[in-house]
Design a protein around this ligand. Structure first.
Ligand code: SF4
Length: 448
């Protein structure tokens, strides 16, 4: 159980110096207890108090990492029930299930889709990150071979699933450098698996038939020194599983229940045989509140909506997605190529650059820092106006890349052209581009 606000307050300096951003130490203590502040925001906490406060300052759901450096899946670390309260932190890992009882061709096809199904959106690569390797055959050798194959052929973060401690031991020895998640400790095998997880420094999933039993198992393993646990409440109907996810999140956040303060793993693949229904169940767990979602297969038509849903929910609503300010060459532009300017809101950049690419007219795209605002919003906020744009163009270095002095501005801010020409000075020509990005291609073909 975490400390209360009053207990935390007693450990703070009580000088009300306001450096943490709130007016009093009491307000800071309350925020800390509610998971709405970081202890590091107060520079005056003593080392002794820091040690005592570490439990209260720790996220109510423990952050856990699965996988190796190139593809680490971080789950947990959440501090709020609803995204609009602050932000969700670590998106759920999406996994595809392969079993050692499957025909080799089916395994190969699944791994091929795992590797190929990647999508670029707003500068990010959206993809599944995990492969769950299941020991269905009961044969230790087959399981170990499959785990080795998945490790060799993919960069996936691995989930090793077996009821046999012996099979898990063989598979984890072959894949320990990938820091796999071991699934799953139960009342029957928890001591063996706890030993294995400790020995190889791997996170351990725990499974029970009820939340009460899960809490007890979690306490037992925590007392045995295991810190990185992933919870499976065992429910395999959508209603029970959905209720359990919400109960676990609420218990961890609002009741500060440390027994359930771990990320969860869900198995839509075991809840239906209908692929579309499976995708719908998975989409519910993306929103509430899975740490890992295991799918029976990956198909573009169901995977892509899940990836986009996940991106939307796990994007910090308080921070617009931004590009770095600078000059972006599209194609291989030269000294006569057109120069266009836009703002650094990621979506704006990717739409505009995509349209320029489609035109096949090599161009220079100037991206100006407007704190992530889109063109019209930045203009309305006074951040994308004539004098500011002019000052940016002059210091951008574009005059060293082109010999002409023409710049194309978005048609939506045509009103700034006069001020911009004045700011840029003699010799510069400001051309007004189309209002809609969709018309850039046609515009460039005529005006380049
Ligand atoms: Fe109190 Fe520390 Fe905040 Fe100052 S910075 S008001 S000492 S909690």
């Amino acid at each position: 159980m975490g400390l209360t606000g009053i207990q935390i307050f007693k450990l703070l300096p009580k000088t009300n110096c306001k450096e943490c951003g709130v007016p009093t130490c009491l307000a800071f203590a309350m925020n800390l207890a509610a998971g709405k502040a970081e202890l590091s925001a107060c520079p005056y906490v003593s080392e002794e108090a820091k040690a005592l406060l570490s439990e209260a300052a720790a996220p109510p759901i423990r952050p856990i990492a699965i996988g190796s450096a190139e593809n680490v899946v971080k789950i947990g670390g959440e501090t709020v029930l609803f995204r609009h309260e602050k932000t969700f932190v670590n998106k759920p890992g999406l996994a595809v299930l392969v079993s050692d009882a499957m025909p080799a061709a089916e395994i190969d096809a699944k791994l091929k889709r795992f590797k190929e199904l990647k999508y670029e959106r707003v500068g990010l690569i959206l993809r599944p990150e995990m492969v769950a390797v299941k020991n269905e055959s009961g044969d230790t050798g087959k399981f170990e071979t499959l785990a080795k194959k998945v490790k060799a052929e993919t960069d996936a973060a691995l989930i090793l699933i077996s009821a046999s401690a012996e099979a898990l031991t063989a598979a984890v020895k072959a894949t320990a450098d990938r820091v796999p998640l071991l699934y799953a400790a139960t009342d029957v095998n928890s001591e063996d698996l706890a030993k294995l997880a400790k020995e190889h420094k791997c996170p351990l999933a725990i499974k029970a038939d009820s939340l009460e039993a899960l809490s007890k198992l979690s306490d037992k393993l925590t007392a045995a020194g295991l810190k990185d646990l992933v919870l499976d409440p065992g429910s395999r109907t959508i209603r029970r599983a959905f209720e359990d996810q919400i109960f676990i999140r609420r218990a961890a956040l609002t009741q500060k229940n440390r027994s359930l303060g771990f990320p969860t793993i869900t198995f839509p693949c075991e809840m239906t045989k209908d692929p579309m229904k499976e995708a719908l169940i998975a989409s519910a767990f993306v929103a509430k509140y899975a740490g890992i979602i295991v799918l029976s297969d990956l198909e573009g038509e169901s995977l892509f909506p899940l990836l986009v849903e996940r991106l939307n929910i796990y994007t910090d609503p308080q921070r617009p997605m931004m590009m770095q300010q600078g000059i972006y060459p599209i194609g291989t532009p030269g000294e006569d190529s057109p120069v266009l300017i836009t703002t650094n809101f990621s979506l704006t950049y990717f739409i505009v650059s995509g349209e320029i690419e489609s035109s096949r007219v090599a161009s220079w795209l100037l991206v100006m820092d407007t704190e992530g605002l889109s063109v019209l919003t930045a203009w309305a906020a006074g951040k994308f106006v004539g004098d500011a744009i002019g000052a940016f163009i002059k210091k951008s270095g574009i005059t060293e890349k082109v010999k002409h002095r023409r710049v194309i501005i978005p048609g939506a801010v045509a009103a700034v052209s006069g001020d911009l020409e004045e700011e840029l000075g003699a010799g510069w020509e400001v051309k007004i581009g189309p209002r809609e990005a969709a018309h850039i291609t046609a515009f460039l073909k005529v005006n380049a």
